[in-house]
Design a binder for this molecule. Structure first.
Ligand SMILES: C[S@@+](CC[C@H](N)C(=O)[O-])C[C@H]1O[C@@H](n2cnc3c(N)ncnc32)[C@H](O)[C@@H]1O
Length: 497
């Protein structure tokens, strides 16, 4: 039997005997210490957050948490990450809602660190939603250049876009398609992540009901799709480029067997490469399973067992495409209207006092009738497949008066020279609850009424209206607000304003 405590991640399988009686027992021979493995699966999974490199240092984030009475631990091998208690409700914290941090399981953070990412690379994230790894990749590219994040699920793409907007990512184009049919005309990529759909056995510690649904037949069923995705990644990878294949499952049918079959399909063009995973204890990929012997290089894959790092289960293979193959020509780029936006930017400059040349680091275009999107200046969306969106929706021009979106304010607000309002702690909480609240005497003395960018301790919170009547009205979007009244929508399914 399983039990939910209803607090954060703090739910767990009750007894190791349940693990031993489940389909996971077929991995007995693969695990070095079955009792420790089963016991680990019965403990709630510790939480983890990483500090947004564009917004806060990890020491300052740790200080915010400690001030709240939360115990935090550094995570060896992940310098921007902090482990937090399993019961901590990360998504409801004010600093989370304004994109100072992102919650992501520790092993889930590893793929982006093993892709050898550098600014200037063209990167494809084939199965990207809800986007934790996409955001990590975006920042590893310094929030510049071109990252294409695809997912087959439209709803999950919306969740991904919500996360990217909250975190202030401007170098991503999102697409919604079956990545197994990813078009050749999209060109080649220096790095491709295939974080494949899988049976998710490794997520049992945070998804206890999964125990009742475990079925090895799922792994057999998923194999063809995983092979199709990895095959397409090989085809779309630039010569000399790198592909990272990952799953959160223990099943060899979804891990080593998939990788072995794709290596066999491209015997001269593809090889597994050795990568080290500092700070983590890993086991080599297996080379024997159910009577099948795999090539010895499969041992270069990494298996992450829950009892070794107090984590979920995970699998990673890093592949490299031969460098001396002929490269394809650069793809056609998407055309989009970038004209006619200068007046809107001039309006923002006039009100908020952005420095001369401020917009040069961005491309601004109109993707919807509602307003303007902001992309990194060197972001080049491919012409195909059709983009769901590129960059960040930052300025609502169909409002009277036009106003920055919350994502826009979070991204640009600290560079505004005027119409800034620093809030007290109580005002901050009222603002995050979307309330109207009274200004302090000092704030009343300011002459900046109307639309203002509000902050707390210098961290921009969003947009408010300072009414002449003497009240401040929060414009924080309901769906972004962890503290908002009414049924709360999980942040990773939030759709931005
Ligand atoms: C393991 S999850 C990805 C998690 C994501 N990389 C992250 O870090 O947040 C797998 C994703 O693959 C998507 N997916 C499933 N089949 C797909 C396909 N054929 N093409 C593209 N995406 C697919 C699912 O919708 C799901 O969002």
């Amino acid at each position: 039997m399983t039990e939910r405590t209803g607090r954060g991640n703090a739910a767990s399988v009750n007894a190791p005997a349940e693990i031993s009686a489940s389909p996971l027992a077929r991995y007995r021979e693969l695990v070095d210490d079955w009792d420790a493995f089963a016991a680990a699966l019965c403990r709630p999974l510790p939480g983890c957050v990483w500090a947004n490199p564009a917004r806060i240092g990890v020491e300052d984030l740790a200080a915010l948490l400690v001030e709240q009475g939360v115990s935090v631990q550094p995570v060896p091998g992940l310098p921007r990450a902090l482990a937090v208690p399993a019961s901590f409700r990360t998504g409801q914290q004010w600093w989370y809602c304004i994109g100072l941090a992102h919650a992501q399981e520790v092993v889930s953070q590893l793929p982006a660190t093993l892709m050898d990412l550098e600014p200037g690379q063209r990167v494809l994230d084939m199965c990207a939603a809800p986007g934790g790894k996409t955001a990590q990749i975006a920042f590893a590219l310094d929030n510049r250049g071109t990252l294409v994040a695809n997912d087959i699920s439209f709803m999950r793409i919306k969740a991904l876009q919500g996360n990217l907007d909250r975190l202030g990512v401007v170098n991503v184009t999102t697409t919604c398609s079956d990545a197994a049919n990813w078009p050749t005309a999209s060109g080649q990529f220096d790095r491709i992540l295939v974080d494949a759909p899988c049976s998710s056995e490794g997520t049992l510690r945070r998804n206890v009901s999964l125990l009742q649904r475990l079925d090895p037949a799922n792994s057999e069923r998923l194999g063809p799709r995983q092979r199709a995705l990895l095959r397409k990644a090989v085809q779309r990878c630039r010569p000399g480029g790198r592909i990272l294949y990952s799953t959160c499952t223990f099943a060899p049918e979804e891990n080593e067997l998939v990788v072995a079959d794709i290596l066999a399909e491209f015997p001269d063009d593809l090889r597994l490469i050795q990568v080290s995973v500092p700070g983590f204890r890993t086991r080599p990929g297996i080379t024997e399973w159910c009577g099948r012997t795999l090539p010895p290089e499969l041992a270069l894959c990494h298996r992450f067992w829950p009892h070794h790092n107090d984590s979920g289960g995970f699998f990673i293979a890093v592949l490299e495409k031969r460098a001396d193959l002929p490269a394809e020509p650069e793809p056609r780029r998407a055309t989009g209207s970038e004209d006619g936006n200068d007046d809107w930017l001039a309006g923002l400059d006039a009100k908020y006092g952005f420095a001369d040349g401020y917009w040069d680091r961005y491309r601004v275009n109109r993707q919807t009738r509602r307003g303007l999107h902001l992309m990194a200046a060197d972001h080049v969306p491919p012409a195909v497949p059709k983009a769901e969106g590129s960059g960040l929706f930052f300025h609502r021009t169909n409002a009277k008066p036009p106003k920055p979106t919350t994502a826009g304010a979070l991204l640009l607000g600290r560079d505004a020279a005027r119409f800034r309002l620093e809030l007290t702690e109580d005002q901050r909480d009222a603002y995050m609850r979307r309330e109207t609240f009274a200004p302090t005497d000092e704030q009343k003395g300011l002459n900046e009424v109307g639309q203002v960018i509000v902050s707390y301790r210098g961290h921009v919170l969003g947009v408010a209206i300072f009414h002449r009547s003497g009240v401040i009205e929060s414009q924080f979007p309901r769906r972004w607000s962890g503290c908002a009244p009414g049924p709360r929508q999980a942040l990773d399914t939030a759709i931005p304003d």
